[in-house]
Structures are given as structure tokens and as C-alpha cells.
Design a protein around this ligand. Structure first.
Ligand SMILES: NC(=O)c1ccc[n+]([C@@H]2O[C@H](COP(=O)([O-])OP(=O)(O)OC[C@H]3O[C@@H](n4cnc5c(N)ncnc54)[C@H](OP(=O)(O)O)[C@@H]3O)[C@@H](O)[C@H]2O)c1
Length: 343
């Protein structure tokens, strides 16, 4: 069986992206390595039959479309998209100017959306594919001095968790990756734009935080080459995970967050439950006041399959907890591939 896939990786010129490209090529896959500086990527990898280098600043939707079209022209399809590129604007919220907060969201949340939007029509045409987005452990748990980065990564989480339901019926899988600290260039300029202290109340803490973060640079425990090699194996699995938490630090933080969330559920149960409208009286059940229309007959406090209006005890997922829905060949919303790309 031919297991060769076509990968498209963003931010391939340095850091984790470079390792992912190399690991994918080593595993026999074809790779479209993209970045803002294609010359740099060519310099890193040289000539390779299975490699296409394409310019892609992920904040530019037109460049995403061009890069994906070039990938399809060269290799016929894109099987695996790795939304890897991102940057970081640390600092205390009040000291992060709105334009930096916007820049963080543009690169780290809107960027992966731009590339995914460009890839999905082709994946739908193929009735298959895999969207992998590198989030962060900061996408699961907030962190002091990281309000902007965590905002964007939490956004990635909500988007990816919801996107899953949109595209699984087309056979397209999703995986969120939550790394802890890995030794890349993320904590160095230009990946990180360090803040300027402007508010006296924060000055002491900023003065402590800045050197502490700078000190971590180059000393991160995680090896990005090992992460990349494992990522390839994860993606090759018949049932890739919805979430993959990587690094001992990330695993510990995720576990603590999960326990904290459960404790918060318990602490909220008494005061947070019993807040529904009173059930309709017998008389109004016999004569409904809103007889027809979308949503008629449903109550907003009833559990639903998609989680909207779901109660705390309802499983919001219509699929088994470990993964993906069974194949749906007769799904009326799924059109056959020969109908071409659906925009
Ligand atoms: N390293 C960690 O400890 C860690 C932890 C958790 C999550 N992550 C996540 O892992 C992913 C990879 O980061 P990394 O650690 O490899 O960081 P990195 O070494 O700083 O590399 C970042 C890459 O993203 C690219 N990039 C930034 N903005 C871009 C844009 N607008 N368009 C296209 N490319 C852009 C950079 O390209 P240029 O060369 O053009 O700047 C670079 O190739 C990110 O999503 C990051 O948030 C990393």
C-alpha cells in the first residue's frame, strides 16, 4: 500500500517547521515547504525531487491560495496541512498596545485560518485530508505575561475543536498539537517582540519576567527534531488523535488544568445549576404558542448534539470519545468527488 502523502508546512524556514519538513521527507512523503523567505528554505533543504518551496506569509490570504494551487499543480493534492508558523508578543495585558494584540491574532489565529481556508476546497474534493495546527500549552492554560499569545492560541483551540465537526463528514481529520517549551527560535527576535515597560505598577514584574524568559532561550528541554519525528508517526496513524500534548511540562500543565476544571465544575454545581426557565405548564404544552419554524419544538436548555445549549452532563460529541465518526457514504451533505472543488 502506498502511504506517501503530500504535506504542506507553514513557517518552514526555521524552528519546528524545518524539522517537520525534514522528518516528512525522511519518511518518504512529498512536502510543500512554505515561508516568508523562500530563498532561506531553499538554502536549508537544497534541491529535492519531493520538495516544493513556496512563498507564504500566512497573514496574506492571496499568498495562501497561490501556494496551495502550486502544491496541487505539482503534486496533485494536499493530504496534510501543518499550521506551524506563529510569533509571540509577550507582556502584561495593559502594556500590550492594541496593534500588537491585533498582530498576534493576525499571525497566530487568522494565519492558520487563511491557509486552512485555501486548502479545504481541495481536501473536500479528495474527500480526505488532515489539518494539524500547532497550538501551545498556552492554548489550554493562561500564563502570566502571555496574554496576547494565549489569547491567539485559545482562539486556535476553539476554532479547531469546532472545525472538526464541520469537516469530519468529508473524511478530513483534525489534530491540535499542544507543545510545552521546545528549543527553537521562538524566544528570540524576530519571533518574539519583547514589550516595553510603560506602567509603573508593572515595572518590577516586567523587570523580573524579561530576563527570566530570555534565560529560557536556548535552554528549553524539548527537542523539536523528536517532536517532528513523532508528529509524522501520529499523522500516519489510521486514527490520528484530536489532540496531542507534547513535552513533560505540557503534560503536567494539561493535567493540572483538567483537574482544576473538574474542581471548578464541582464548585459550580450547586450555584450554577437549576437556572433554567420553569417547564411549561400542562396547558401550554397542549397549545404551543410558537407552532412552526426552524427550532420549533426544541428548548434551548435541551442537550444538543453539537454542544450548543448542551447541559453539563451531555456529551457534546456525536462521535465516540476517542476519535472520529464512522464513514458516512450516504451522508446527503457529502457530494461525490467528481463534482469538483466546491468553493
Ligand atoms: N518552541 C516552543 O517552545 C513552542 C511551544 C509551544 C508552541 N509552539 C508553537 O510551535 C510553532 C512553531 O514555532 P517555533 O517554536 O518553531 O518558532 P520559531 O523557531 O520562532 O519559528 C517560527 C516560524 O514561523 C514563521 N512565521 C512567523 N510569522 C509568519 C508569517 N506571518 N508567515 C509565515 N511564516 C511566519 C517564521 O518564519 P520567518 O523566518 O519568516 O520569521 C518561522 O519559520 C508555533 O505555532 C509556536 O507557537 C512553540
Amino acid at each position: 500500500m502506498n502511504t506517501m502523502k503530500v504535506w504542506l508546512v507553514t513557517g518552514a524556514g526555521r524552528g519546528l517547521g524545518t524539522h517537520i519538513v525534514r522528518a516528512a521527507l525522511d519518511a518518504g512523503h512529498r512536502v510543500v515547504a512554505t515561508g516568508r523567505r523562500p530563498a532561506r528554505i531553499e538554502q536549508v533543504f537544497g534541491e529535492h525531487d519531493d520538495l516544493l518551496v513556496a512563498r507564504l506569509d500566512i497573514t496574506r490570504p492571496a499568498e495562501a491560495e497561490t501556494a496551495v494551487a502550486a502544491a496541487v499543480e505539482r503534486f496533485g493534492r494536499v493530504d496534510v496541512l501543518v499550521n506551524n508558523a506563529a510569533d509571540s508578543y509577550p507582556g502584561y495585558f495593559e502594556e500590550i498596545p492594541p496593534e500588537r494584540m491585533r498582530a498576534q491574532i493576525e499571525s497566530t489565529l487568522m494565519g492558520p485560518m487563511n491557509v486552512t481556508r485555501a486548502v479545504l476546497p481541495y481536501m473536500r474534493r479528495e474527500r480526505g485530508g488532515h489539518i494539524i495546527t500547532i497550538s501551545s500549552i498556552d492554548g489550554l492554560a493562561g500564563l502570566e505575561f502571555c496574554a496576547a499569545y494565549a489569547t491567539a492560541k485559545f482562539g486556535v483551540e476553539g476554532w479547531m475543536e469546532s472545525l472538526r465537526f464541520d469537516i469530519e463528514p468529508f473524511g478530513i481529520r483534525t489534530t491540535i498539537v499542544n507543545p510545552g517549551l521546545f528549543r527553537t527560535e521562538l524566544l528570540s527576535e524576530p519571533s518574539t517582540t519583547w514589550p516595553e515597560s510603560s506602567i509603573e505598577d508593572y515595572a518590577g514584574r516586567t523587570a523580573t519576567m524579561l530576563p527570566a524568559w530570555r534565560l529560557k532561550n536556548g535552554r528549553q528541554a524539548g527537542d523539536p527534531a523528536k517532536l517532528a519525528a513523532s508528529l509524522i508517526r501520529i499523522a500516519e496513524a489510521a486514527e490520528p488523535p484530536l489532540r496531542w500534548i507534547v513535552g513533560d511540562d505540557a503534560l503536567a500543565t494539561a493535567e493540572a488544568k483538567a483537574r482544576q476544571l473538574l474542581a471548578q465544575v464541582e464548585a459550580s454545581r450547586a450555584s450554577g445549576s437549576g437556572l433554567n426557565h420553569a417547564p411549561p405548564s400542562d396547558e401550554s404544552r397542549v397549545r404551543p404558542s410558537t407552532p412552526t419554524g426552524p427550532g420549533a419544538g426544541s428548548r434551548h436548555d435541551e442537550p444538543t448534539a453539537t454542544g450548543i445549549g448542551a447541559t453539563a452532563t451531555a456529551d457534546p460529541s456525536p462521535y465516540p470519545p476517542t476519535g472520529h465518526p464512522p464513514p458516512q457514504p450516504s451522508d446527503p451533505g457529502v457530494k461525490p468527488p467528481e463534482q469538483g472543488i466546491q468553493q
